[in-house]
Design a protein around this ligand. Structure first.
Ligand SMILES: N[C@@H](CCC(=O)N[C@@H](CS)C(=O)NCC(=O)O)C(=O)O
Length: 212
């Protein structure tokens, strides 16, 4: 049994979507980061960086923070949604691209463009420009492919599950998905999966999945 500590954010949804896709039993614990619950001493034992998501694997006692590490751990534990052979590293490459680029940069867009509009024209321009560059990179990667990693047209892996919740905030980013048709089609393909629809609403319902 997996205990998942999470909130209604892209990093949290990455893991709840993976757990729903895996179809394994888990308990979701809501950590209201708006109310400061990520700073409570009990939570720090699981997530010393004061951030969701985090997991405790009750089968082994393993605790993990950092969504990328959690996704690798769960995908390897259940041996699903993970590429084999050389494509494993291609998948890891795009997972790291999400962890080091797409997530942090879009997070800055949310901060400056959605929540603090008008406070820094420089930051809004800088991060929006970077967001468009990253969407272009993903759009190019998805040319002729259904999924980010894997041979041929690709296979659905944790690389897709890591990127998708960040793209799901395209409205916050003032991003027109029609300008990136490969990203749009990939986004819709994944949004239609029942496990994604379920995992998106963990630990609670906020809104329906936005559609372009
Ligand atoms: N690199 C971390 C980032 C985690 C992260 O930034 N989580 C946010 C929510 S998406 C959070 O817990 N924020 C709480 C805070 O800023 O105090 C991961 O991927 O797990």
């Amino acid at each position: 049994m997996i205990d998942l500590y999470t909130w209604t954010t892209p990093n949290g949804r990455k893991v709840s979507i993976l757990l729903e896709e895996l179809g394994v039993p888990y308990n979701a614990h809501a950590v209201n980061i708006g109310a400061g619950e990520q700073h409570e001493p009990e939570f720090l034992k699981v997530s010393p960086n004061n951030r969701i998501p985090a997991i405790v694997d009750q089968d082994t006692g393993m605790t993990l923070m950092e969504s990328g590490a959690i996704m690798l751990y769960l995908a390897q534990k259940y041996d699903r949604f993970i590429c084999k052979g050389d494509e494993y590293w291609r998948m890891v490459e795009w997972l790291m691209w999400q962890m080091g680029g797409l997530g942090p940069m879009l997070g800055q867009v949310h901060h400056f463009v959605k929540y603090n509009k008008g406070t820094s024209e420089y930051a809004e321009e800088r991060y929006s420009k970077e967001a468009h560059r990253l969407y272009r990179v993903l759009n190019t990667r998805l040319e002729g492919r259904d999924f980010i990693a894997g041979d041929g047209k690709g296979e659905y892996t944790i690389a897709d599950m890591a990127c998708w919740p960040w793209v799901s905030r395209f409205e916050w980013q003032e991003m027109d998905l029609n300008a990136y048709p490969n990203v749009r089609d990939w986004y819709v393909r994944i949004a239609e999966r029942p496990a994604v629809q379920k995992g998106y609403q963990v630990p609670k319902f906020v809104n329906e999945i936005p559609m372009p």
